[in-house]
Design a protein around this ligand. Sequence first.
Ligand code: NAD
Length: 309
Amino acid sequence: MKIAIIGVGSVGSAVATAVKNTGLAHEIVLFDRDGVRARAAAEDLGHATAFSYDIKITAVSTYRAMRGCEIVIIAAGANQKPGETRTDLLHKNAMVISDIVPRVMANVDTKKVKIIVVTNPLDVMVMLTQKLSRLPVSRVIGTGTMLDSARLKIILSRQLGVSTRSINSYVLGEHGDSSVINWESVSVGGITLDDFCKQAKIALPATTRKTIEHRVRNAAYEIIQGRGATWDGIGAAVADLLHAIINDEKRILTTSIVDGNGKDAVAMSMPRIVGENGVIMNLRTKLSKTESADLRKSAKIIRRNFDLL
Ligand code: NAD
C-alpha cells in the first residue's frame, strides 16, 4: 500500500513514524510546501526503517508523485499557539486545504482513494475536503474525537483501576471545545458505568465527572502549553485508523465524516464502523437529554463555522 502524508511538521512526522511502525505500507511519500523540511524528515525516517520494516520513504516535490496512493493523510497547516483555540485556525487552514485537495484529486485514483483529515479545526476541514474532492462521504474521514475518546479512556482507566481495553467510552461531536462526553453509553467490561462503580465501590459523583470532562477538553491546551504542540497521540490515532481500514477490521471508532444533506449537512464525530471502504456505518449511542442537546449545539457550531468560509 502506498500512502501519502501532506504536511510534515510535528504532526505529519509523528504520523509518518506511527504509520511506518505499523508495517502496513510499503511506500510512504511525504509532501510539504517546505521541501527542505520534507527531505530532512524522509532522510531521518528512512534511517529508522533499518530498525523496523523495509518501507520506502521519500520526500516528493510534486503531487504527480502521489499517483498510486490509496490513502492520503492531510496534516498540513497552522497549529494552535498557546492560548489559541482550534477555531482560530479556520480561515488560515481553509486556504491550506483549498490548495491541497484539488491537486491531490488530479493525481490519485478517485474511485479508490481515501483521504484522512487531521488538520484543525478538524470537522470543518473534513466538510471542506469532502466538498472540494467530491468523494463519497465515506471516504473522507477525519480523526475526529478518536484522540479525545482515547484521553477519556485513559482517565477512566486510572480512576477505575481497569485496563483501557475493557472500557468503552466515547467523546462525540466537535473535535474542539464543544465536544460531548457520552457518559450515558460508558461501559466497563460490558457493565454500565454506574453498575460497575457500585460493584467496585467507587464513587464517581457529578463533580468528579465535570472534572474529567474538563481534563479531556483541556488536554491539548495543557500539552501545547508545556510542549509547544501535540503530536504523539494523534500519530497513534492515525495509525489505529489505518489498521482499521487496511485490515478491513470493521472496528467502531469515533471518526468525523459528513452526515446529512444540504444546509443540514455537518461533519462531527459519532461511533462509526470503519473498514476497507472507509466508513461503512454510522451508529447512534444512548444519550442523556443534556448530551443530546449538547450534541445539537456542537453540530450548530461546526456548521456555522463552515458557513463562514
Ligand atoms: P507544524 O507547523 O509543525 O507543521 C505544519 C506543516 O504544514 C509545516 O511543515 C508546513 O510547511 C506545512 N504546510 C502548510 N501549508 C501547506 C500546504 N499548503 N501544503 C503543504 N504543506 C503545508 O504543525 P503541526 O503541529 O504539525 O500541526 C498540523 C495540523 O494538525 C494543525 O492544523 C494542528 O492543529 C493539527 N492537529 C490535529 C490534531 C487532531 O487531533 N486532529 C492533533 C494535533 C494537531
